[in-house]
Design a protein around this ligand. Structure first.
Ligand SMILES: NC(=O)c1ccc[n+]([C@@H]2O[C@H](COP(=O)([O-])OP(=O)(O)OC[C@H]3O[C@@H](n4cnc5c(N)ncnc54)[C@H](OP(=O)(O)O)[C@@H]3O)[C@@H](O)[C@H]2O)c1
Length: 252
């Protein structure tokens, strides 16, 4: 299913997610992969409803999500995200895998998880996929015997300054990773930002309000029973600032 995106800036004819993402010029840094972060947030800044991002996504967001996965050499997510979002095979669509192979890429990106505790969410389907290649940065060795996926263990000491930068350097040098997509969660994104390792932020702003769940968002007061729907009516861009006008709709 092709999902067309309107290009407001730079202005252009409508484009589908894959054409857009594949056309991006991504300059690769010297010593580490280029890091792309992709997040979907509500208009009041939340990343999840009851711990899941699904209520915030729509077909356009999903198309962008899959197009980004198709483009990159590695996909990184925090252990909490891998667990709560129940990560499975990174590229389930055989056509996408074939397209990657046709352009000299591995059929699927490397999966990357960093953890201080070494407690991996081994119960999620990703670890049952024999084709999955997973690099684990953790101080504790994961037990390969427990999973069908191909596990690669790398040393990791979160107490050391520049720990994630070191991990990214390892990904570049040892695994040839030139582009890495970080899919969250907020903790991992914050850790990457703190080490100035984020190059691109793909931010989808969903036309929904979640209400006052912890941590407090832009709006306060009692939590909403269900996400409130918004309709985006105006988009203006001035010197890199995006001005959005939303109209509240009756139901989410
Ligand atoms: N809207 C979106 O686009 C989006 C995207 C992703 C996730 N989410 C949502 O975000 C929530 C999860 O986000 P989160 O921020 O709680 O979790 P997260 O970033 O996925 O993972 C947090 C985990 O990272 C590990 N960690 C902490 N410090 C570390 C360090 N210095 N080095 C390496 N690992 C470290 C910790 O596990 P250890 O104890 O094992 O170290 C911690 O529990 C979920 O509700 C998910 O649905 C939304």
């Amino acid at each position: 299913v092709s999902v067309a995106f309107e290009r407001l800036r730079p202005a252009g004819p409508p484009v589908d997610a894959r054409t857009h993402v594949e056309s991006l010029t991504l300059v690769i840094p010297e010593a580490r992969p280029r890091v792309l972060v992709n997040l979907v947030i509500s208009a009041d800044g939340h990343v999840a409803v009851d711990g899941r991002s699904a209520p915030l996504t729509d077909p356009g967001d999903r198309a962008m999500f899959h197009a980004l996965r198709e483009r990159v050499d590695a996909v990184m997510a925090g252990p909490a995200t891998v667990a709560t979002e129940r990560y499975g095979r990174l590229i389930p669509d055989p056509d996408r895998r074939a397209r990657r192979q046709a352009t000299g890429r591995e059929p699927e990106p490397l999966a990357v998880i960093a953890s201080r505790s070494g407690e991996l969410p081994l119960q999620v389907p990703l670890f049952d996929v024999p084709e999955a290649r997973i690099v684990v940065f953790s101080p504790v060795a994961a037990d390969q015997a427990e999973v069908a996926a191909q596990l690669h263990q790398e040393e990791y000491d979160s107490g050391v300054e520049g720990a994630l930068a070191g991990a990214l350097t390892t990904l570049r040098r040892r695994y040839g990773v030139q582009t890495l997509l970080c899919e969250g969660g907020p903790t991992l994104v914050g850790l990457l930002l703190a080490e100035q390792l984020v190059d691109d932020l793909f931010l989808t702003i969903a036309p929904k309000l979640i209400g006052n769940v912890s941590p407090a968002p832009v709006i306060g007061g009692p939590p909403l029973l269900e996400p409130a729907g918004l309709r985006l009516v105006d988009v203006l861009i001035r010197e890199g600032t995006l001005f959005l006008r939303y109209v509240r709709t009756a139901a989410g």
